[in-house]
Design a protein around this ligand. Structure first.
Ligand code: FE
Ligand code: FE
Ligand code: ZN
Length: 282
């Protein structure tokens, strides 16, 4: 089973998000669980979440991914911003308890001159403070493009956070194809090598979700500008190799390409039909 989906435009209510995903032939999706730019939480709607939970089970969805707000920076120099990050994540994880067995993905953050090690320590400290051992959500660190002082552009940096935290298997990793390519990992010409490197440094058992995005910029550019599949430097062929790679079987693959829900529906249908043709050829 290939779990394909997209990041949904938010503000719809949880059950409607499930319906929107079905509309685009998706069997997973990603969403924000609060205003992505602000700190305000939507009121938790247990009934809507319960209906979504039933829909996902009935329709055979793979795990879904909640994405933390972009403003979250758990390794800011400013203690107030770090506290806000911890509070937002704690609230979001409480909400996710209504959807057990899914993922919560966040950007590790920018250390803003404090250094990678200090930043990784702050991130690990926050995780230790907010991730409950009995929680039923796996918290994912996203691989980043390594823009500015962003942490997570190297697999080693994510490894350091995992090592510094006491959360153990409550933590996983989400690989973003645009980000790793921009960070300098050549997934177009050397996907097997990149995955072997991921396995050596982090462990493929930690990889829980994949963001499938093309990139507007060449590998190593450290830019983080997503492109639609086939309209960037990665290309549809390389993306299809990612989705059909045996080491990644069963993971949710989520589009975060610059288009709307309808555009994502078209991309998903195109990818599904290309995957069918590929498997016939092999
Ligand atoms: Fe992200
Ligand atoms: Fe991403
Ligand atoms: Zn990005």
């Amino acid at each position: 089973m290939t779990y394909l989906g997209a990041h949904l435009s938010s503000s719809k209510g949880f059950y409607k998000m499930g319906l929107a995903a079905l509309d685009m032939d998706a069997n997973t999706f990603q969403c924000f669980v609060r205003n992505p730019r602000g700190s305000r939480t939507k009121p938790v709607d247990p009934a809507g979440l319960a209906r979504l939970r039933e829909l996902l089970a009935e329709r055979g969805f793979g795990p879904i991914v909640a994405h933390a707000p972009y403003i979250m920076n758990p390794c800011s120099k400013d203690g107030g911003i770090r506290e806000l990050a911890a509070r937002m994540m704690a609230e979001d994880l409480a909400l996710m308890e209504h959807l057990p067995g899914n993922y919560y993905n966040f950007h590790p953050g920018s250390h803003v001159g404090q250094g990678v090690e200090a930043g990784c320590r702050q991130i690990a400290d926050m995780l230790d403070a907010v991730v409950r051992p009995e929680g039923r959500t796996t918290v994912l660190l996203e691989t980043m493009a390594g823009k500015g002082s962003e942490i997570g552009g190297r697999f080693e940096e994510l490894r350091m956070i995992l090592d510094l935290s006491a959360c153990g298997d409550r933590l996983g990793v989400c690989l973003d194809t645009c980000h790793v390519s921009d960070a300098g990992y050549d997934i177009v010409n050397g996907l097997d090598g990149v995955l072997a490197e991921f396995d050596r440094v982090i462990g493929l058992d930690r990889l829980k979700a994949v963001h499938i995005n093309d990139s507007m910029n060449p590998t190593g550019s450290h830019k983080d500008r997503h492109a639609q599949i086939g309209q960037g430097t990665i290309g549809e062929e390389a993306i299809l190799r990612v989705i059909s790679h045996p080491a990644l079987e069963g993971l949710p693959f989520i589009l975060e390409t610059p288009t709307d829900d309808a555009g994502h529906g078209e991309e998903i249908r195109r990818l599904r039909s290309a995957l069918k043709h590929r498997s016939k050829k092999l």
